[in-house]
Every structure is written in structure tokens, then in C-alpha cells.
Design a protein around this ligand. Structure first.
Ligand code: BEZ
Ligand code: FE
Length: 291
């Protein structure tokens, strides 16, 4: 590229940066100027054609049109670029042995039913019963009693209750850790499912040869006074999708052994499983101090 061309491009970047120089809020100024630098660097690096720019605008317009009260296509877009996961990584800084965070996803709903210890949060959702147990502690190992543990997951067919559109509540619930910081409940064994892919983000995945599937997981949100709120999942060791999760949510430390229990194996709480196989998993949760 000629020096003259390079100068023209660089001058434009400088002029745009200068236009934001008097932004009163210093944080907003930092963000819009860094965004300017990165956007211009991108356009210059790929030598973006005007036709490609128009297609990009068309794509973002379609993403907006696909978004409504129930569907957030922009978050999905952020998810498949790993930007949601990077934002979570930046904001949940590694702290000693604290459990790692991952994406929240679009299917968390306020007001889930409370279950007792050993209760069943499947509420009739299809899937193999799974006994989940563990502890909540701080990073010194001190038990955290009364932590609110919120859990949600897709059923065996890969759908969350809210995707059925019939007001059912299933495969979600919350409980509180006991006096020793322990918890236990019945759920269903997680299975893989696709993120919503019938919109522009799905088209992008198809065009780039990527799968919309998420590795099997069980969502957790854990809150206790004085400790950092944790939003995370546990994943199933051996799942072929662990290295190909469409939203990059997998962390090695979150991959757990879901131990299969053949039909007829006595359940921990003596539950009658009507002769069906089940599985069990242990997840010990460690919460960082609140900032
Ligand atoms: C989920 O795990 O529920 C999810 C996360 C990101 C996008 C879509 C779904
Ligand atoms: Fe999920």
C-alpha cells in the first residue's frame, strides 16, 4: 500500500478518535475510542469491500428484526463469537480455588419453584433421573449455609420448559444449602441441544460450517451474602461436544463425572425409581468473596 493511502486511512482514524475527545464520562470515552480503533483496524485488515459492508448492515438489521421480548438474537450473536464468555471471564476474575463462571444463556427465569433437600426439580420433564449433591463453601473451605442454589436445564428432547410456550414449569427449581453447607436434589441427566438457530445467527453458523449444539450441561446460579454470585454450569465428562460447544462455555474444571447407575441400584434417598436406570454427580461449589 502506498504511503499516501496509509496516511489517509490513519488520518481518518485520528479524526474519529478526536471527535470523541471531549466525552465528559471518562469510561464512555475510553470505550468509544477503543471501539473506534478496533473497528477501523478490522476494516483495514480485511480490506472490507463496500458490498461486504452492506451485507454486514443487512445481517445486523435482520438480527434486530429477529429480536423481541422472547428472543434476543444479539445476545446469541455475542455468544457464538465468544464475546459473552469473554465478558464473563473478564468480570469473574480467577480467585484462588473459586468455582469458574460460565454463560447464563436465555433460559433462566425468575420465580422458579422451591424444592426441599432431596426434592425433584424435573417436575415431569423427560430424561434419566440424576442425583446431584455437593457442598457450598468459601475459598477457605468454610461451609456456607443458606446459599440460594438455582438450577435449570433442558429436557431429554433438548427443550427448556419456556420453549414449549404452554406455561409449564419443569426442569428448574431452587433450594438452600443446609446448616453444613450441603445440598442434594434430583434432576435429569443433561443432554446436548442446539441454541436457537432458525435466525440470522443460525445462518452465520451454517455459512461458517459450525454446529449450533451446546455440550450437555446443568445450569447453576448460587448466591450467598458477602460472596460473589456465581453463574455456571456443570458438563458431562465424555461428552463429544465438550470441545465444540457453540457458545464456548466449557471450562475443564466444570466437567464432572456423571456416574451411571444401572436399573435396580438403590437410590441414595431410597426413592423408588420404578426399575429405571439413573445417574449421580457431585459438584462442590466454592464461592469467591464479593468485591
Ligand atoms: C443455554 O445454555 O441455555 C444457552 C446459552 C447460550 C445461548 C443459548 C442457550
Ligand atoms: Fe442451557
Amino acid at each position: 500500500m502506498s504511503t499516501e493511502q496509509d496516511d489517509r486511512e490513519q488520518q481518518l482514524v485520528e479524526r474519529v478518535l478526536a471527535s470523541f475527545a471531549n466525552t465528559p464520562d471518562p469510561r464512555l470515552k475510553e470505550i468509544v475510542q477503543a471501539l473506534t480503533r478496533h473497528l477501523h483496524a478490522f476494516v483495514r485488515e480485511v480490506r472490507l469491500t463496500e458490498t461486504e459492508w452492506q451485507r454486514a448492515i443487512g445481517f445486523l438489521t435482520a438480527t434486530g428484526h429477529a429480536t423481541d421480548d422472547r428472543r434476543q438474537e444479539f445476545i446469541l450473536l455475542s455468544d457464538v463469537f465468544g464475546v459473552s464468555m469473554q465478558t464473563i471471564t473478564v468480570n469473574n476474575e480467577a480467585y484462588q480455588n473459586a468455582t469458574e463462571a460460565t454463560v447464563v444463556g436465555p433460559f433462566f427465569v425468575e420465580g422458579s419453584p422451591r424444592i426441599e433437600h432431596g426434592g425433584d426439580l424435573s417436575f415431569g420433564a423427560s430424561g434419566r433421573p440424576c442425583w446431584v449433591e455437593g457442598s457450598v463453601t468459601d475459598t477457605t473451605g468454610k461451609p456456607v449455609p443458606g446459599a440460594r442454589i438455582e438450577v435449570w436445564e433442558a429436557d431429554e428432547d433438548g427443550f427448556y420448559d419456556v420453549q414449549y410456550g404452554d406455561d409449564r414449569t419443569a426442569a428448574r427449581g431452587h433450594l438452600f444449602s443446609d446448616d453444613d453447607g450441603r445440598y442434594r436434589f434430583w434432576a435429569i441427566e443433561p443432554t446436548p441441544y442446539p441454541i436457537p438457530h432458525d435466525g440470522p445467527v443460525g445462518d452465520l453458523l451454517t455459512a461458517t460450517g459450525r454446529s449450533p449444539l451446546r455440550a450437555s450441561h446443568l445450569h447453576f446460579m448460587v448466591e450467598a451474602p458477602g460472596l460473589r454470585r456465581l453463574v455456571t454450569h456443570i458438563f458431562v465428562r465424555g461428552d463429544a461436544l465438550l470441545d465444540h460447544d457453540s457458545v464456548f462455555g466449557v471450562r475443564d474444571s466444570l466437567v464432572k463425572d456423571f456416574e451411571p447407575q444401572p436399573a435396580g441400584t438403590l437410590a441414595p434417598d431410597g426413592r423408588d425409581l420404578a426399575g429405571s436406570a439413573w445417574s449421580r454427580v457431585r459438584f462442590d461449589i466454592v464461592l469467591a468473596p464479593a468485591r
